[in-house]
Design a protein around this ligand. Structure first.
Ligand SMILES: Cc1cc2nc3c(=O)[nH]c(=O)nc-3n(C[C@H](O)[C@H](O)[C@H](O)COP(=O)(O)OP(=O)(O)OC[C@H]3O[C@@H](n4cnc5c(N)ncnc54)[C@H](O)[C@@H]3O)c2cc1C
Length: 270
């Protein structure tokens, strides 16, 4: 890893685009277990018409009912702003739209199943007919596909975005420019990117069953990644503390311009 300051010579910075904010009711159409690690849930619903997601790491806010089988009413958008129905607001969590099929009117989300979470527990029990409310995506970051060197670092929660990105890079013919470093508690998660095994993917799996790989081990692997040249982009998501350390490493120690480092906490270890 070079530790010299790197001013990016590829001037193509990511571009942010906005969407009109919409809230929608969505209904579970079918579910699939993915390798015992994720639950893939395919949603439908009349209000899905016009759903747009242009960026591979877009997110929607998913609102959960207060109890299984109960419904959740999305807010209305008025001239005064967002108006929620009376009573307690539903709990919301961020998820990546893996795909939207406008012809079939199907939105697919992949939920990583972990202990003790409203979203994860809802997903584990979800069945056809259950409903949720979602808002967004409010906007997208359009990240060029042609940087000469692209690093993608994530844990389970970033895999849906990475899967989308793999599709984009393959379509653009630049998949060979990317290195993916993914960490997971369970070796079965490797199956998640099996369609892209021809890409450069490195996995770090927790040593004890169900245990997250050690932050120091992940950081050491990150620091060992090849980052030569000046035309690069780095995308890092995962647990907040680790993502902060990774972001600082690239911007402070390696001197990569912050516009070319996207480091976003996807969850916090509490
Ligand atoms: C932009 C964005 C996109 C995201 N996309 C996805 C996606 O497509 N699929 C996906 O599965 N997740 C995704 N996430 C992560 C997801 O929003 C969080 O993991 C969220 O905290 C899960 O909510 P919960 O109600 O299950 O758990 P919470 O109520 O938030 O947390 C409950 C407990 O679980 C722990 N916890 C939370 N998340 C995890 C985890 N991943 N692993 C282990 N412990 C955890 C917390 O530390 C806490 O102790 C995304 C996050 C962001 C910001």
């Amino acid at each position: 890893m070079e530790n010299n300051p790197m001013n990016n010579v590829n001037n193509q910075r990511p571009v942010r685009v906005k969407n009109e904010l919409k809230f929608r009711e969505i209904i579970v159409k079918r579910c699939e277990d993915l390798f015992g690690c994720f639950k893939r849930i395919i949603f439908t619903g009349e209000e899905l018409g016009g759903f747009v997601s242009r960026g591979f790491d877009d997110h929607i806010k998913v609102f959960f009912p207060s109890a299984p089988g109960k419904s959740v009413t999305p807010p209305r958008i008025t001239e005064e702003g967002i108006v929620w129905p009376e009573g307690a607001r539903p709990i919301g969590r961020d998820y990546t739209p893996l795909s939207f099929n406008a012809e079939k009117n199907e939105l697919t989300l992949d939920f990583y199943l972990h202990d003790d979470g409203v979203a994860s527990e809802w997903a584990a029990k979800a069945k056809p007919g259950d409903m949720l409310a979602v808002g967004g995506p409010r906007g997208s970051l359009l990240i060029p596909t042609d940087y000469a060197r692209q690093l993608y670092l994530c844990d389970e929660t970033g895999l849906p975005a990475i899967k989308r990105r793999c599709g984009e890079l393959n379509a653009a013919g630049t998949a060979g420019n990317a290195v993916i470093l993914a960490s997971a508690r369970d070796a079965r998660c490797r199956e998640y990117l099996a369609d892209h095994n021809d890409m450069h993917i490195q996995w770090i799996i927790g040593e004890a069953p169900g245990r997250r790989p050690d932050n120091d081990a992940v950081l050491a692997s990150v620091k060992a990644l090849p980052l030569s040249g000046k035309d690069c982009f780095i995308w890092a998501t995962g647990e907040g503390g680790l993502v902060k350390a990774i972001g600082d490493f690239f911007t402070v120690q390696c001197g990569v311009e912050p516009d070319f480092v996207r480091a976003v906490a996807y969850w916090h270890d509490k």
